[in-house]
Ligand binder design. Structure first.
Ligand code: F0G
Length: 445
């Protein structure tokens, strides 16, 4: 089994049509120095015999080599920016399941629905797909310290991979605004946790400036090497579906890195002949943090209006100024995609439904089911459509949210108003004396 790819043809390339400048991947760049545009890692691929590649990807599943068993690096011919696989930093990420979800399907008035559960990654979110490639590039560049701003999952993942690589990790998080599960992970994995008095967008701006001025290597999704790994979410999904594209692929939208990465992966797979059509992408945002939705609705496509005060209990996607919005637009154009937004109540109920399928997820992930339900009701998605939704984070990331929902204590404070989220599908626990008869009466046994 070959463990190296051919000498890489990878370059950094500005995505702006008027620019398209290219740079060596050995340069430490996050945006285009000429026009500040976003950068892609672009390749001149060896034109594959698609069937040979598919066989190679499959054969690696039974290999003993660490890089072959990774659900990202197993597909390394599609992300060939690494010449020497000895540089790869991996925790056996990816390899996530696709579940059928009959109760969730019924809830959304669909015949069938499937979830690709990225919460089954080593640190419990899809970020691991991108951190394995991000930390690998950091190692290739000789970085000693890595940094990110985060609503919690990016930081948890970066902390784990930095520890793995023996690098210093520094994470910037909005104080008191990230779920405990995520905060505890960053502490456990040994990164320095810096709490910022401000929101995610403030933290993002700070860390971007610091990365320009210091040796900190930035590992937010503005770093195009992160997105190379996240492409593998789409690649692995297509492999699991025997390379037959579903009608719809549904993802939550926050900073919009994931929509961008999945769009690039789909586009490249079709260019290379691995698939013959693209699914339509549906990006779902929380109402209080939905600048992409508003942009798509507006007639003026020249200005993107950030949300100055993003608000949602789905803290993972509490983002008002998504850095990758232009790449997300490109993904929507390639896939004839749509953007929907959903309320706090819709997110909470959808999350409980996903739980009833025995699957579970964190709040941001449940935007997918809530959005699908709305798109079906609006006639955009047909009830017999073939749909895969990406659950981005594990149910154990945010236990406080779940417990509050199931005990009717979930409240959402926006501006001065407090909204009570109803536990429409709440599963209230009961407290009873430690007495067998009392329990039998309770259980009617
Ligand atoms: N779902 C979860 C669970 C997330 O953690 C995030 C983003 C998203 C969805 C949105 O993905 O940003 O690529 O559009 N979390 C980031 C973080 C921002 O810092 O953990 P996106």
């Amino acid at each position: 089994m070959p463990t190296t790819t051919n000498p890489t043809t990878a370059q950094l390339r500005c995505i702006e049509d008027h620019c398209r400048a290219t740079f060596a991947i050995t340069e430490r760049l996050y945006t285009c120095p000429n026009c500040q545009g976003l950068l892609d890692v672009a390749y001149e691929f060896d034109k594959p015999l698609a069937d040979e590649w598919k066989a190679l990807f499959k054969a690696r599943r039974t290999s003993d080599a660490e890089v072959d068993r990774s659900g990202v690096w197993r597909f390394r011919e599609l992300l060939p920016f690494v010449n020497d696989t000895a540089n790869i930093v991996t925790l056996n990420e990816g390899n996530t399941p696709i579940y059928t979800a009959p109760r969730s399907a019924e809830y959304a008035a669909l015949d069938h629905l499937r979830f690709k559960h990225q919460g089954m990654n080593p640190t419990g979110s899809f970020k691991d797909n991108g951190m394995t490639t991000g930390l690998t590039q950091a190692k290739i560049l000789g970085a000693k310290a890595v940094a990110c701003a985060s609503t919690g999952n990016t930081s948890a993942s970066m902390a784990a991979y930095a520890a793995r690589a023996g690098m210093r990790g520094v994470v910037f998080i909005p104080a008191r605004q990230i779920a405990y599960g995520k905060l505890s992970q960053s502490l456990e994995y040994g990164s320095l946790v810096v709490e910022i008095e401000g929101n995610f967008d403030d933290a993002m701006k700070l860390v971007r400036d610091l990365a320009e001025e210091t040796e900190l290597y930035l590992l937010n999704s503005i770093n195009p090497f992160r997105l190379e790994g996240q492409k593998a979410i789409a690649i692995e999904m297509l492999e699991q579906l025997h390379w037959l594209a579903p009608d719809w692929l549904v993802v939550p939208g926050g900073n919009l890195g994931n929509s961008s990465a999945i769009g690039k992966g789909l586009f490249e797979m079709r260019e290379l002949g691995l698939i013959d059509r693209l699914p339509r992408l549906a990006v779902i945002q929380a109402e209080g943090a939905s600048p992409l939705y508003e942009f798509m609705q507006s007639d003026d496509k020249t200005i993107f209006h950030p949300f100055a005060h993003p608000a949602t209990l789905a803290t993972a996607i509490k983002i008002g100024k998504p850095v990758s919005w232009k790449k997300a637009l490109r993904a929507l154009a390639w896939t004839n995609g749509v953007v929907e937004r959903v309320s706090e109540q819709e997110i909470a109920d959808a999350k409980a439904m996903i739980g009833r399928d025995g699957i579970g997820c964190e709040p941001a992930s449940a935007t997918t089911l809530a959005g699908i339900k709305k798109l079906v009701a609006a006639g955009v998605i047909k009830s017999d459509a073939n749909i895969v939704a990406v659950l981005t984070g594990n149910v154990m990331k945010d236990p406080t949210y779940s417990i509050h929902y199931h005990t009717d204590q979930l409240t959402f404070n926006e501006a001065d108003a407090e909204q009570i989220i109803k536990g429409n599908f709440a599963n209230k626990g009961v407290r009873v004396a430690a007495d067998k008869q009392a329990i039998r009466r309770l259980l009617e046994l």
